[in-house]
Design a protein around this ligand. Structure first.
Ligand SMILES: Cc1cc2nc3c(=O)[nH]c(=O)nc-3n(C[C@H](O)[C@H](O)[C@H](O)COP(=O)(O)OP(=O)(O)OC[C@H]3O[C@@H](n4cnc5c(N)ncnc54)[C@H](O)[C@@H]3O)c2cc1C
Length: 371
């Protein structure tokens, strides 16, 4: 039983069905395909090769003119000489979040998976489910992938730990004066980290995707600014890395925070994806971490075909624990260290990024974390 039919829930449904299980997915928002808008959507993901390989295995990946490969990622600090560049011929791809979900929905409709547009009230640790229309179902394993709100997970006994870092992000698609040449660019500014991510060109126009995480203090002011003023401010703050920028549609403001669950497994209940770990979008990690949860689920289902749901839930949670805690810790540290104006902290971050830039092993470790 899967609670939540976002990309992580649907990928879990596919791997569970492919390992021979009967699968039902609940999502009150439904399972309709989203028709792609003419312009690239503002919700895009930087997906690493590990996530891409999983989607390929699930027949949910194909290259098309809305998917953009990138080969390098340059990270700089606006207030010091700190910089690091990651390069790899297949570092990752920028994809629209809705495109990934559409690919998975098509795959789910081709397999014998039941999709129910309803919500579930609560579930006992032994997998006894009460649906909102009062019907009851028994499940061997229940996977919660209902995003950060984690409503059903909390109603079923999971406990959210608020990791703080309450911020807002402005996201949007921009025309850029200069081409990105396959480079993702991120600058740590006094307002918060700003990323300009590569998107496919549209005719002879270059495009990038903006993700700028801001403290509430700044976001309240910036939100009031007209689009042209905000775009001009983004151009300046990004040190004109892509020249002058213009929004192609209104930017979108999103609340951000970090959160996790006290435990990811309770009896035969397992939390994965953003329900288990909601992190700041600092290095494009959230969905990649969720797909890593799905890979651990697949490996466990294959390795323990006869195990009960509680053992599967426990094993997956144990395997993912260290990865998730490391990423949450590193993202929190990044957020603190790059916001600080203290001279010693500035010196420290300059040293850290320069060291990472000099030593391929450190860069490989960070790339590995990013999927
Ligand atoms: C600004 C921003 C930029 C990001 N950029 C990146 C990036 O570059 N790379 C990356 O890897 N990640 C990125 N992320 C993170 C990524 O968006 C999330 O990690 C990802 O969406 C998590 O997927 P999910 O399926 O766990 O949850 P969601 O996508 O939130 O899906 C949850 C699903 O559960 C359903 N649901 C909700 N409530 C219930 C309920 N009570 N019962 C049943 N179903 C329910 C919803 O309808 C939805 O379909 C970014 C996030 C933000 C905010």
């Amino acid at each position: 039983m899967i609670i939540g039919g976002g990309s992580i829930g649907l990928a879990s449904a596919c791997v569970s069905a492919r390992t021979g299980h009967n699968v039902t997915v609940f999502d009150p928002a439904g399972f309709a395909l989203k028709r792609p808008a003419p312009e690239i959507d503002s919700r895009v993901w930087a997906l690493g090769t590990r996530s891409q390989r999983l989607l390929e295995d699930l027949d949910a990946w194909n290259s098309n003119d809305r998917v953009c490969a990138y080969q390098s990622m340059r990270v700089i600090d606006a207030r010091s000489d700190a910089r690091v560049t990651f390069t790899h011929p297949t570092l990752g791809h920028m994809v629209e979040a809705d495109w990934v979900r559409n690919q998975l929905l098509k795959e789910v409709s081709g397999i014998d998976i039941q999709c129910i547009q309803r919500s579930v009230k609560a579930i006992t640790r032994t997998g006894f489910i009460t649906v909102d229309d009062g019907t009851t179902i028994d499940a061997d394993l229940v996977i919660f992938s209902e995003g950060r709100a984690a409503t059903t997970a909390v109603a079923s006994g999971f406990e959210i730990i608020d990791g703080g870092y309450h911020q807002r992000a402005v996201i949007g698609t921009l025309h850029s004066e200069r081409p990105h040449n396959g480079e993702a660019f991120q600058i740590f500014t006094e307002y918060g980290p700003l990323a300009l991510l590569p998107l496919p060109d549209c005719g002879d126009q270059h495009r990038v995707s903006l993700v700028w995480s801001l403290d509430k203090l700044f976001s309240d002011d910036f939100e009031k600014a007209p689009n042209e003023i905000l775009a001009s401010f983004v151009s300046q703050t990004s040190e004109f890395a892509r020249g002058h920028l213009h929004f192609v549609a209104d930017p979108v403001w999103i609340p951000l925070s970090q959160q996790s669950l006290r435990q990811d497994a309770l009896g035969c209940l397992l939390a994965i994806g953003d329900t288990s770990h909601g992190i700041l979008p600092l290095a494009g990690l959230g969905a990649n971490l969720g797909f890593a949860d799905v890979l651990a689920l697949r490996a466990t289902l294959e390795r323990l075909p006869k195990a009960g749901g509680d053992r599967i839930a426990r094993t997956v949670a144990r395997e993912r624990c260290i990865d998730q805690q490391t990423v949450t810790l590193v993202m929190g540290l990044f957020s603190d260290v790059f916001r600080s104006d203290q001279p010693l902290v500035q010196l420290g971050r300059s040293l850290a990024l320069r060291t990472a830039d000099r030593y391929p092993m450190i860069r490989s470790f960070i790339q590995e974390l990013a999927g």
